[in-house]
Design a protein around this ligand. Structure first.
Ligand SMILES: Cc1cc2nc3c(=O)[nH]c(=O)nc-3n(C[C@H](O)[C@H](O)[C@H](O)COP(=O)(O)OP(=O)(O)OC[C@H]3O[C@@H](n4cnc5c(N)ncnc54)[C@H](O)[C@@H]3O)c2cc1C
Ligand SMILES: *[C@@H]1O[C@H](CO)[C@@H](O)[C@H](O)[C@H]1NC(C)=O
Ligand SMILES: *[C@@H]1O[C@H](CO)[C@@H](O)[C@H](O)[C@H]1NC(C)=O
Ligand SMILES: *[C@@H]1O[C@H](CO)[C@@H](O)[C@H](O)[C@H]1NC(C)=O
Ligand SMILES: *[C@@H]1O[C@H](CO)[C@@H](O)[C@H](O)[C@H]1NC(C)=O
Ligand SMILES: *[C@@H]1O[C@H](CO)[C@@H](O)[C@H](O)[C@H]1NC(C)=O
Ligand SMILES: *[C@@H]1O[C@H](CO)[C@@H](O)[C@H](O)[C@H]1NC(C)=O
Ligand SMILES: *[C@@H]1O[C@H](CO)[C@@H](O)[C@H](O)[C@H]1NC(C)=O
Ligand SMILES: *[C@@H]1O[C@H](CO)[C@@H](O)[C@H](O)[C@H]1NC(C)=O
Length: 573
């Protein structure tokens, strides 16, 4: 199903021939693929930590079918936990590609398909270094895999060797001082997940910036891609917190990068310029902020007895209310379809709950005026983690396809009616809107040096749009993602053509992704990649440099375009 989705005709024209040419990564079955004994020799150099992929869904298919085990897998398939404990599974169903899961016919044997061929359960930088050297020597595709949360398939790939960072769990709270910051800091191994960092911070009366999903990895795709948080209107994005990276670059060198040392260029790139691109992060040191009381509010209503025009007028009012809310330091998550609206939740770090309720009054007053029977629930907590555990609901995976766009504050201030009209057309056509309302401007982030997409600084609404996933209708899924690409997102782009989209929650088919996901940082990022990854060992879909490669139908990765350092990168291929 992979490439029916892009413009096949134009691609075929540039694809190299099907034989294993050096323009393509060596693929299992090719003559260049290392022998069993070469793999076995390699396994010894990495302390026997090489894992041959057995896809997670194996008990659901012949000849290994086990109905009991498969039922357990099916019950947990839409929860992140099941996937990040696996060395190969990924949560985004489009990229799992239906080759081994509980939703397809038992009689169809599993194939590895788009799953990695091998992974390495790394526990030392040397394992990573050896892996990169082995892969470079044999021209093998490398994947950096942490939790497998990525919506755009960047943590999986056919015929690849994965560097699996999940078990790098070192975690330490300490003092930190440099020219720009003095205070508490948290150093996390690359495998540390949100809940682990929140917990240790909480025990130390601190709070750290992390995602809404407690199991996303903080030092992986999240902080490297930007990272929005319930605390972002108070402290900025995940990437804004970073003080130091330890990273193994594309040639296997272990580097400690800070804003002020000789590696400040890769420090800048790793902080917001995208995961899986410049090196394999070993650890991240970030600011840890003093703990505060945190309030929360959630609210929900439906369109019962309400004309569509009134229902959408409440959304217009909600937008008008957002600047005051986020400027006070609150962050808001909300979602709606054409029939129901949910705030889930508003987080108010150091905002007393009574003030939070008051900040929302212009909106609730309109609900009262329209006689809308809404349910509101509020809470006051002594810490962020307390609020998080009580008010942040479970987020399911494998149920949707995604696309997104950042809406600048100016659109809400000057063109709110047109914005609501666009959202109305999109939700009436069957998509679900999910919003993140925040103020991550430089006034909030303070003096930072990083590659965060500049559009984040102007954004008021990080829009995510989703369409429902069906396991048994590939053609419809392609159609829906095309509708996302060519119909939904363009309605938002038209309102703010120079804004952009959050790479971690954007559309994997995003045209002109270089500008939309990276903005004016793209050229500088591409140069830094060529310095630290001169052999182009790192590739990930929509990552910097990725337009120079194509994944074929069977997943084979082939070079299609040489990077020219002197050329502008925008719009290549
Ligand atoms: C349920 C859910 C909730 C989410 N909530 C939020 C949220 O609240 N805020 C937010 O900003 N985002 C959120 N996201 C998006 C999330 O930030 C991305 O999916 C992110 O890519 C996950 O990073 P990971 O390292 O955990 O995942 P992976 O899928 O394992 O990796 C993602 C990317 O990072 C690269 N990578 C991972 N580890 C390393 C490393 N050590 N060195 C170099 N590259 C690495 C991978 O190669 C890949 O390209 C959510 C996603 C899901 C599925
Ligand atoms: C790597 O070596 C370990 C230890 O000998 C072994 O358990 C494991 O199966 C090997 N991996 C592969 C893919 O052969
Ligand atoms: C099937 O799976 C269950 C649960 O994992 C396990 O207890 C059982 O031994 C398995 N049966 C066979 C025949 O492997
Ligand atoms: C994905 O699945 C399609 C069939 O649905 C198959 O043709 C293709 O080869 C698969 N791609 C990969 C990378 O496994
Ligand atoms: C990976 O390594 C960790 C740490 O040594 C170990 O606890 C875990 O069981 C390993 N997992 C697999 C699947 O090899
Ligand atoms: C964001 O919040 C800060 C205060 O934290 C405020 O100074 C600023 O005006 C707000 N709005 C914008 C667009 O920066
Ligand atoms: C309002 O909603 C509540 C709970 O959803 C319900 O019990 C109640 O009957 C509703 N009231 C009206 C007037 O619709
Ligand atoms: C709102 O938060 C409360 C906890 O404070 C929770 O019990 C309730 O389920 C939440 N409601 C919604 C709609 O999220
Ligand atoms: C609401 O969305 C659904 C799902 O796409 C659609 O069938 C329905 O017609 C829409 N209703 C209105 C009033 O737009």
């Amino acid at each position: 199903m992979f490439f029916c989705i892009t413009l096949i005709a134009s691609l075929l024209a540039v694809l190299p021939p099907a034989s294993a040419s050096s323009a393509c990564r060596c693929f299992p079955g090719d003559a260049c693929w290392p022998s069993e004994s070469a793999w076995s020799q390699f396994n010894k150099t990495i302390d026997g930590r090489l894992i041959s992929t057995v896809p997670l869904g194996t008990p659901c298919h012949t000849p290994n079918h086990n109905a009991t085990a498969c039922a357990v897998l099916k019950a947990g398939w839409e929860l992140p936990e099941e996937h990040y404990e696996s060395s190969s599974s990924v949560m985004a169903p489009f990229f799992a590609n239906g080759t081994c899961d509980p939703y397809h016919s038992v009689s169809k044997p599993c194939t590895l398909g788009n799953y990695v061929w091998y992974s390495i359960n790394v526990t030392s930088p040397a394992h990573i270094s050896y892996a990169l050297k082995f892969a470079t020597k044999h021209n093998i595709r490398i994947i950096i895999r942490n939790t497998g949360h990525d919506y755009n398939g960047r943590s999986t790939g056919a015929g690849a060797l994965a560097i699996w960072t999940h078990h790098l769990k070192d975690l330490e709270i300490h003092e930190y001082k440099d020219k720009h910051y003095a205070g508490k800091a948290i150093t996390m191994g690359a495998g540390v997940q949100g809940f682990e960092a929140y917990e240790i911070a909480d025990e130390n009366d601190l709070q750290v910036v992390g995602g809404e999903c407690p199991t996303v990895g903080l030092a992986g795709g999240y902080s490297q891609g930007g990272g929005h948080s319930a605390l972002s209107s108070r402290y900025g994005l995940g990437a804004d917190q970073v003080l130091k990276w330890e990273v193994v670059d594309g040639q296997g060198n272990f580097i400690t990068a800070t804003r002020d040392n000789e590696y400040s260029d890769i420090f800048w790139a790793l902080s917001g310029g995208g995961g899986g691109t410049y090196g394999v992060v070993w650890s991240m040191t970030s600011m840890a902020h003093p703990g505060t009381p945190v309030s929360g509010l959630n609210l929900t209503y439906t369109n019962t007895n309400l004309a569509a025009s009134s229902f959408y007028s409440t959304i217009e009012k909600f937008h008008e209310n957002l600047p005051a809310l986020v400027d006070a330091g609150a962050m808001c998550i909300w979602s709606y379809t054409n029939t129901s609206f949910v705030i889930s939740p508003i987080t108010g770090p150091n905002i007393p709950v009574a003030k939070l309720v008051k900040l929302l009054e212009p909106f609730t007053a309109i609900l009262d005026k329209l006689n809308i029977n809404y349910t509101m629930s509020t809470g006051q907590y002594s810490s962020y983690y307390g609020q998080f555990k009580d008010m942040q609901g479970t987020i399911e995976v494998g149920i949707a396809q995604y696309g997104g766009y950042l809406i600048p504050r100016s659109v809400v201030e000057n063109n709110n009616k047109a914005l609501v009209q666009a959202y109305r057309e999109i939700t009436e056509a069957g998509a679900t809107f999910i919003g993140v309302g925040l103020n991550a401007s430089h006034k909030v982030s303070g003096d930072v040096y990083n590659a965060v997409l500049p559009a984040w600084r102007e954004a008021l609404i990080d829009t995510t749009l989703t369409t429902p996933w069906e396991w048994d209708d590939d053609a419809l899924m392609v159609e829906r993602q095309n509708q996302m690409t060519y119909e939904f997102i363009p309605k938002l782009e038209a309102l703010a053509p120079s804004s952009g989209a959050y790479m971690n929650e954007g559309n994997f088919q995003q045209p002109d992704f270089q500008r939309v996901f990276y903005g004016s940082n793209y050229d500088a990022l591409r140069k830094i990649k060529s310095k630290y990854d001169p052999n182009d060992i790192f590739y990930a879909k929509t990552a910097v440099g990725s337009a120079e490669w194509r994944e074929r139908e069977d997943g084979r990765l082939c070079k299609v375009n040489q990077w020219q350092p002197s050329c502008a990168e925008y719009g290549t291929v």
